[in-house]
Design a binder for this molecule. Structure first.
Ligand code: GUN
Length: 282
């Protein structure tokens, strides 16, 4: 029988720990706000932003919203980011992605002060992660590590295969697993003999961005499978990169979609706000 890794429960545990820490910081007079910037009204982004603001409220962090029109220029957004960088009340800055096409995501992410980059997307934080220095870590891969650790799954010495090489998930995921002393292989769209490689994995992290791409053929018997994907299927129901029904019986543990990795991203954003931004306070 396989274990279903309960991201909802684990994310709630983390948020409750952070709520206590925030109260302790407040008692020392240390307060800060998270600035949340959304440009345009992409419906998926609006849901994410709303959930992030709700999590702030739950934990006891103030959030300050900036809802900018779709036509906002790059210069206007950069000006706002620079103002927030200088504002001592703001501990963290989050610019929801994707941005409209007239704005360079690269330029905007680079403009956020690395000390306030709670998403962990700034090259300074990405670099710090890769050389083992402290810094903000991208929330989704950080959440995957917490799911594994808090489910009692050992990472050290394991063969880990990461499917996907995005800057937000695949690459930092590989770095984090390496930091936990795993043997790490990163696969992507040009990888040959993909199944041969994934079938070596003790821990398989799927971040391919294709609905139910991973079936039982990709899995070694008894592997741990972490599904980072989130899609809507033909019936408008949520599904992941993994075909859960065919894969789960071959695993020792697996994350469901929804209720696996998804809730962890926001919990780890809150972690970055409290443990990172909170700690930066005088
Ligand atoms: N868009 C999709 N995922 C994310 C995320 O983790 N952070 C931000 N800022 N935007 C996103």
């Amino acid at each position: 029988m396989y274990q279903i890794i309960d991201g909802k429960k684990i994310s709630q545990e983390i948020k409750d720990e952070l709520k206590e820490k925030t109260a302790a910081l407040k008692a020392q007079g240390k307060t800060f706000a998270l600035a949340v910037i959304q440009v345009g009204d992409d419906p998926a982004s609006s849901v994410y932003v709303r959930n992030k603001k709700r999590a702030c409220e739950y934990i006891g962090i103030e959030s300050v919203s900036y809802e900018l029109p779709r036509e906002t220029t790059e210069e206007e957004l950069l000006r706002l980011v620079r103002e927030l960088n200088e504002d001592p009340k703001i501990g963290g800055i989050l610019v929801q992605l994707p941005l409209p096409e007239q704005i360079s995501e690269d330029k905007v992410l680079l403009a956020i002060s690395p000390e306030k980059d709670v998403d962990g997307f700034h090259p300074v934080n990405v670099g710090n992660l890769s050389i083992g220095r402290p810094g903000f870590i991208s929330c989704t891969p950080a959440g995957v590590i917490q799911l594994l650790k808090r489910s009692g799954i050992q990472i050290e010495g394991k063969e880990c295969v990461v499917l996907g090489r995005s800057n937000i998930v695949g690459k930092p995921m590989a770095m984090l697993l390496l930091r936990e002393n795993a043997t790490v292989t990163v696969c992507h769209s040009r990888t040959r003999n993909l199944k041969e490689i994934t079938r070596r994995a003790d821990i398989l992290v799927a971040a391919v961005g294709k609905p139910r791409f991973i079936d039982a053929d990709y899995i070694k018997e008894g592997a741990v499978v972490i599904d980072v994907g989130i899609h809507r299927n033909e019936d408008n129901k949520l599904c992941g990169d993994v075909d859960f029904d065919s894969v789960a019986p071959h695993t020792s543990a697996i994350t469901p979609v929804p209720g696996g990795v998804g809730p962890m991203t926001i919990a780890m954003l809150m972690y970055n706000c409290v443990e990172g931004a909170g700690r930066n306070l005088d």
